[in-house]
Design a protein around this ligand. Structure first.
Ligand code: NCD
Ligand code: ZN
Length: 334
């Protein structure tokens, strides 16, 4: 049977939530990943140095060998002078959410320039700026496109600040990131590599494929696939795995977010293999992100085998991407 062994992957964008669900998510995530960048959009959000320390401890107390790279949420009134203490508390990045664009972003920022003093302080502290790059109030398919001039402007104002455009979903965004020099990078999710708008709404609404930013056109999807296959080091894996309980996805107000952690590496192996680029998978999952974050690559490995399996209907009440479908690669458990 064919096996594939790669440097243990990192996930540079994941949502690990809170409470009992958090414990299940941490255990599941540790089967595939070495390190994860943990998003701060909990309730209440992770904002202060104490929040960062407390959330990290809760995650560590689950008792896996997953490493947690912490973030803080850039609130409208965040004090720029708190950056030093946030860094000391273990934060490596700050996450910017425009108000109202996604799950738990009601308290996000309305005017991005009001955060420029925070960006300045982050640049001085060498903290990474992770951007949810969408403009609120614009039609959903156009929200990312509308944000791109803001990305360029932030880079021009803070040329030493490392910036990541998270969950990049369009060809235009890929081109913008490519044009902006080596301080600007992007994460790409598994679902944006595989799905288009018609997997979300094609007459019917498919809530489990619904996320922010919404999956776009076939030409956008192809541009993302070509970019990751090309081996450009500015683009690396951040799954934006965003679990919600089934009832919160299927109700009247479905929350955006796709749960991909357990299927991420099998689906990526399949995608890279189908395109004859299996040898480029490791750079995307385990090398380029670590390099951008200035971390050593993980010292251990993980293996996948070419063995068909059926994705469960749910994991702890959360429906994953490709639920009940058959995948060709599976993760070999340690
Ligand atoms: C994320 C979530 O559910 O927390 N949802 C999503 O659709 N991606 C938030 C986010 O990262 O936008
Ligand atoms: Zn996210």
């Amino acid at each position: 049977m064919q096996e594939l062994t790669i440097i243990r992957p990192d996930d540079f964008h994941t949502h690990l939530r809170q409470g009992d669900l958090m414990k299940d998510l941490v255990r599941e995530t540790s089967k595939s990943f070495g390190r994860v960048l943990v998003m701060p959009n909990t309730i209440p959000p992770v904002v202060t140095p104490d929040d960062v320390r407390a959330y990290k401890k809760e995650l560590q107390d689950v008792g896996t060998d997953l490493d947690f790279l912490m973030t803080f949420k850039i609130m409208p009134n965040l004090d720029p002078s708190s950056m030093t203490a946030l860094k000391e508390a273990g934060a490596v990045a700050g996450k910017f959410y425009p108000v109202g664009v996604t799950t738990h972003s009601e308290d996000g920022v309305a005017n991005i320039e009001s955060s420029y003093e925070v960006f300045e302080a982050m640049q001085e502290q060498d903290l990474i700026l992770c951007l949810h790059g969408e403009v609120p109030g614009v039609e959903d398919l156009e929200r990312e496109h509308a944000f791109l001039p803001q990305l360029k402007k932030i880079h021009e104002n803070f040329p030493r600040l490392r910036i990541i455009l998270e969950h990049t979903s369009t060809k235009a965004a890929v081109e913008m990131v490519q044009s902006l020099g080596d301080k600007v990078a992007a994460t790409i999710t598994v679902h944006h590599l595989l799905l288009t708008t018609s997997d979300v709404r094609n007459g019917e609404f498919h809530p489990h494929n619904f996320c922010a930013p919404i999956c776009k056109s076939e030409s956008d999807r192809k541009a993302l696939v070509e970019t990751v296959l090309s081996g450009n080091p500015k683009f690396f894996l951040g799954t934006d795995s965003a679990p919600h309980l089934k009832e919160n996805k299927e109700g009247d107000h479905p929350k955006p977010g796709v749960y991909t952690t357990p299927v991420a590496l099998p689906l990526l192996a399949q995608l890279f293999e189908e395109n004859g680029k299996l040898d480029h998978l490791e750079n995307f999952t385990s090398v380029f992100g670590a390099n951008f974050y200035e971390l050593e690559k993980n010292s251990d490995t993980m293996s996948l085998k070419k063995e068909e399996w059926s994705v469960p209907s749910d994991y702890f009440g959360v429906v994953p991407l490709k639920a009940l479908e058959k995948l060709t690669w599976s993760v070999i458990k340690n």
